[in-house]
Design a protein around this ligand. Structure first.
Ligand code: ZN
Length: 712
């Protein structure tokens, strides 16, 4: 059995007593417990899907009891829901809506908001009225994979009747909103009538092509019914993939030539996106379990993939159809460049065709609804490549992961449905109505996009003070972060300060093979790279007469060669991402940003090994600027000075200021502006440099002003 009953009376009581001791209504506390149980099972609910409610009484300002429904609010995930995730809405005014014939989505949202007890609460679910009209205290709603495999059969109604008898109400597909609430109510009343006559209690409701509702007089009854109906469904269908999203992608890391495909693919998507006027960068999330790879070998893959989504609200995350690409031809698992190039060219045509189909799908359906809709970008969200896997694409890693999770659930529903009979989901027109729902369209253009969203930024020496500040600042700007350090704990610490998809990698940058491995992980995780911040460094001290060759070599290895290895690999990725660009003017390119030092412009005694290597690094930066400029790769550096960090620690500050007869504060602010410069200033300078689209080969100085170190 894939779906199991996780109810624990002890856990429930403990959970409820914790919440009630904080003054939370007991019904709402139990509601929160069982909503989380449902939300924690990917078989039932994924990423904000599903919704739950409880009808109870709350006090108004005069102390009078008010009959309310606490129903899931938008923006909450059942898995992590808190009591405030079920905002309370006055029930009576909602019930009166049963008498109306029609109500627009906007009017429905407005009535629901007007009756919120807390006017600042999130919007109650769009399925609130359906919950409200059902005369049960607890109502649960999921998009169970097993149930959807049955509810997406051509004769789903008969099949469900045969399996569940008269215990479940069966409602044909209607788009969520007021019309669905009315239809569900009508079918419920009919079934209730029968149920009273036959004395068989109703346990729930199947919404064909959509999902499952259960209800009960207490939370456990409704939950138990949900699980047992799902288990009964599992008995008649043959499951293929057990949904488990906790497995790390690196457990099935691909070989390096296959990894290369991902950068080519990322470039291809970005190119097309730009061609159609959508300039976002894209992030990839790859799934390549054996079960997925087996499915992708299926001869019918293109027919199966074109059928549609397992439940309509998935369309917002995955679009109605995935893009299916060809297998890459390989000889003994090695892909030669010719066949790779052939594959990319063919994929480009297939993507073009997908886009054309999407545009005509939009045009014909938009005509049907009076040309009232704003077209969304025409790019796919799911890509299937035999031999490679299922790939979710989106504007950031977390959204790409959600897309892949839903993609896996769709695949599982489809396979189980096909095993049982035939997978026949809702019609294209219904999918369009959800994809272009007025409530979703209203959100368009409301969100301000972070400046570096979709950019993959790799930072070396990310465990140090400056590296960590850079990573955090780029994360704040919406970029995907790769935190690289020789010390894993430190790189992980930095990654933990960034957004949740940040990747920590331990890497000895002086070892080219280690660098290669790091790039494999980066590409597997994100699909490519946009900005390298080559920051790792070491300051070896000693006068030239004393310094050993080995020390100078060490300095060069860390301050020059490691940067060269990282830059070289980055440029390879940039070039793969731009393979499909027809002309150089369309190149996406990339950026190489180096952290040099005052030493390379204004050397000081005793820092020869440091200065020489940093001066060579400055030359490396210029060389890349010259050679890669025509490929839209910008190469720049930051000259930061006197920053508190691992290289200039408190002890050094103490001894240096003492030597110069200055206080520590005077020493640290000894510049033209008289202000101490810190790691955040450096981090912000890197962000600024990354946004200066027409600057290359430059040194940006961050030192508060120092005549001797001014570039001459
Ligand atoms: Zn639903």
């Amino acid at each position: 059995m894939v779906c199991v009953n996780r109810w624990s009376q002890t856990d429930c009581e403990e959970f409820v007593s914790k919440l009630t001791s904080k003054g939370i209504n007991k019904d709402l506390a139990i509601r929160t417990y069982s909503a989380r149980l449902l939300g924690s099972d990917p078989e039932l609910v994924l990423h904000g899907g599903g919704n739950t409610s409880v009808k109870t009484y709350m006090k108004d300002i005069f102390g009078n009891d008010l009959s309310v429904i606490c129903v899931k609010g938008s923006g909450w995930n059942l898995e992590t829901i808190e009591p405030e995730g079920h905002p309370s809405v006055k029930l009576e005014p909602l019930l009166k809506l049963k008498n109306l014939i029609s109500l627009s989505d906007e009017e429905m949202v407005s009535v629901q908001r007007q009756n919120l007890l807390n006017p600042n609460a999130p919007n109650p679910s769009v399925e609130t009225l359906l919950h409200a009209f059902l005369p049960y205290k607890f109502v649960d709603h999921t998009h169970s994979v097993a149930l959807l495999s049955l509810a997406n059969q051509p004769n789903a109604s008969e099949i469900c009747k045969e399996i569940f008898g008269n215990r479940l109400v069966i409602v044909p597909y209607v788009m969520p909103g007021f019309d669905l609430a009315l239809a569900a109510n009508k079918y419920f009343l009919e079934a209730e009538d029968k149920s009273n006559k036959n004395n068989i209690p109703l346990e729930g409701m199947i919404l064909l092509n959509h999902g499952l509702f259960t209800f009960g007089e207490n939370a456990k009854e409704s939950y138990d019914r949900m699980i047992s109906i799902v288990q009964e469904s599992e008995k008649v269908i043959n499951r293929k993939i057990e949904l488990d999203f906790s497995i790390s992608n690196f457990e099935n890391i691909l070989d390096s030539t296959k990894i290369k495909i991902l950068s080519y693919l990322r470039g291809l998507i970005t190119q097309k996106s730009q061609k159609y006027g959508f300039h976002e960068k894209w992030i990839i999330d790859l799934r390549s379990s054996k079960k997925i790879l087996d499915f992708l070998e299926n001869e019918n893959i293109s027919d199966l993939s074109n059928r549609g989504v397992a439940t309509p609200d998935h369309v917002i995350r995955t679009k109605a159809k995935p893009l299916v690409l060809d297998k890459v031809q390989s000889v003994q698992s090695e892909i030669c460049l010719d066949s790779l190039e052939e594959w990319v060219t063919k994929s480009s045509n297939q993507l073009e065709k997908y886009i054309e189909d999407y545009l005509s799908y939009f045009d014909s359906n938009n005509l049907r609804v009076g040309n009232s809709k704003t077209q969304l970008d025409p790019l796919p969200r799911l890509i299937l490549i035999p031999g490679i896997g299922l790939i979710g694409i989106n504007h950031d890693k977390n959204s790409a992961k959600i897309t892949s999770d839903i993609g896996e659930a769709w695949l599982e529903t489809l396979l189980s449905a096909e095993e049982f009979g035939k997978f026949v989901p809702v019609h294209e027109k219904d999918t369009f109505d959800l994809e272009y729902w007025s409530l979703e369209q209203a959100k368009l253009g409301n969100k301000k996009k972070p400046r570096l969203k979709g950019n993959v930024v790799v930072i070396t020496g990310a465990g140090g003070t400056i590296g960590s500040a850079i990573a955090k600042e780029f994360s704040r700007e919406g970029a995907e972060i790769v935190s690289i350090d020789i010390n894993f704990e430190k790189s992980n610490e930095t990654a933990n300060y960034c957004n949740s998809s940040a990747l920590a990698i331990e890497c000895d940058l002086t070892n080219e093979e280690d660098v290669d491995e790091a790039f494999k992980k980066i590409i597997t995780q994100f699909g490519g790279i946009d900005i390298l911040i080559s920051n790792a460094g070491i300051a070896i001290r000693g006068d030239m007469k004393d310094i050993k060759k080995s020390e100078l070599m060490k300095s060069l290895e860390i301050n020059l060669f490691s940067h060269y290895y990282m830059a070289k690999k980055s440029v390879e990725v940039f070039s793969a991402q731009d393979f499909i660009a027809k002309t150089k003017k369309n190149y996406i390119g990339g950026q190489l940003l180096f952290n040099i030092s005052k030493q390379s412009l204004n050397p000081g005694t005793g820092f020869g090994a440091y200065g020489i290597s940093k001066t060579a690094l400055l030359a490396l930066m210029k060389q890349y600027a010259i050679e890669e400029g025509p490929n839209n790769v910008r190469s720049n550096c930051i000259n930061a000075d006197r920053i508190r960090s691992g290289l200039l620690n408190n002890e050094m500050i103490k001894s240096r200021s003492k030597k110069r007869g200055l206080s520590e504060e005077e020493y640290m602010s000894g510049n033209l502006l008289g202000k101490e410069v810190n790691s955040l200033d450096v981090a912000r300078a890197f962000v600024s440099l990354s946004l200066m689209g027409k600057t290359t080969g430059t040194i940006l100085t961050v030192d508060g002003g120092n005549v001797a170190a001014m570039p001459r």
